[in-house]
Ligand binder design. Structure first.
Ligand SMILES: [Zn+2]
Length: 383
């Protein structure tokens, strides 16, 4: 895959954890879900964190048990807490795990201001992580699932008309080329906004398609909100960093705010993190408005807290390569054989699309993560 041509923003190294060398950061990133969990638990133990393991009802591809793990560092009676979340989109978890593990292993938890704690939620979608998928066990895009399922679901007629194009019955060079032409034609005819809304905003018409929001709150949705309520209900000031990958220039971390931007919360986050907090509401983000994003649900889950939530979205490769990897994986689970040469090739493709397994990328990710974690923590300490 070719890297995006837009420039990669390099951060001032003074903003980084000074003792880190490029080689040392990479070792905190895992090779698979099992290693991710082991690294996270080891880091939490060495940091003396309070931990909890929440088991998922299903197993991983090697028969392994699956867990969402949480680790609390800092005072239990904190007046402010930063939450970090990895693997909302399963396979994107390599990035979040690396940042969560590095934070603990590099000792940054020891620098917390008085009264501030950090709650790391590791692998909120452990099934997708272990199976190298972006979605949950029920093919749900977790970040389209936080919606009131008792009410009529949003209509996405564009996706309905494209479902067979997005996921054709066969996946080979001929069908890939043909369906890509059809998607390009739709984009040219309907315009960029309609195309993005059809594909990316979330759809509730094809349970076997991509970006499917689900018809009920999925396990990871319920688990996330339960963890937030259990640990944070009495904490006045809460910040959330939800790690993602796959959108934007290589290694660049965009801060995406998906809630209405005409609020004091948004202005305060810009005060803490600079005007690099982008708004889907204002159209300043690379991401477009989406249905069922987790941000509003997290705010609603903590009615006694001021909740400052942002997605930290790291760019990987060019959009067509990322989208094709998601389409391929969707085809594989709908029509293909996981245990086949093509199945293994598709798994390698989606993993690479959402996790550039390279030191330069990991270093950019970590530098940005330190900057944003510290910005949130310092802001929370002043709140
Ligand atoms: Zn994501």
């Amino acid at each position: 895959m070719r890297r995006p041509t837009r420039g990669v923003k390099r951060l001032d190294s003074a903003a980084c954890a000074g003792q880190n060398t490029p080689m040392s950061v990479s070792r905190h990133f895992p090779a698979d879900y099992r290693e991710a969990r082991a690294k996270f638990l080891a880091a939490a133990a060495s940091a003396g964190a309070l931990t909890e393991a929440i088991q998922h009802p299903l197993r991983g591809p090697h028969g392994e048990k699956l867990f969402t793990d949480v680790a609390w560092t800092g005072p239990r009676d904190a007046r402010a807490a930063l939450v970090t979340i990895s693997a909302t989109h399963g396979v994107e978890g390599y990035c979040g795990t690396g940042c969560q593990v590095a934070w603990l292993e590099e000792g940054l938890h020891r620098d917390l201001p008085k009264g501030v704690a950090v709650l790391a939620i590791h692998a909120i979608n452990p099934h997708g992580y272990a199976w190298t998928r972006r979605v949950t066990e029920d093919n749900v895009d977790l970040n389209r699932n936080f919606i009131d399922h008792a009410r009529p679901h949003p209509v996405n007629a564009g996706y309905a008309s494209l479902a067979e194009v997005v996921t054709p019955p066969a996946w080979n060079p001929t069908t890939i080329a043909g369906t890509t032409r059809a998607l390009d034609a739709y984009r040219a005819q309907q315009g960029e906004a309609a195309y993005k809304a059809a594909i990316f905003s979330g759809q509730f018409v094809d349970p076997h398609g991509i970006f499917f929001g689900g018809y009920a709150a999925t396990w990871s949705n319920r688990t996330l909100l339960a963890v937030l309520r259990r640990y944070l209900s009495n904490i006045p000031h809460v910040g959330v960093i939800d790690y993602h990958t796959g959108l934007g220039p290589y290694g660049h971390g965009e801060l995406i705010y998906g809630l209405p931007a005409d609020t004091g919360l948004f202005r305060r986050m810009q005060d803490w993190l600079g005007n690099e907090v982008k708004s889907t509401d204002l159209g300043t983000s690379a991401a477009q408005p989406i249905n069922g994003m987790n941000q509003a649900a997290m705010v609603q889950a903590l009615p006694r807290s001021q909740v400052h939530v942002v997605a930290l979205e790291y760019g990987t490769w060019e959009p067509p390569a990322v989208l094709n990897s998601l389409r391929a994986d969707n085809w594989l689970h709908k029509h293909g054989e996981l245990d086949s040469e093509q199945g293994r090739a598709i798994k390698a493709e989606i993993r690479h699309a959402l996790y550039p397994d390279a030191d330069d990328w990991r270093n950019l990710v970590w530098e940005r993560a330190v900057q944003i974690n510290r910005g949130m923590i310092n802001g929370l300490a002043r709140a």
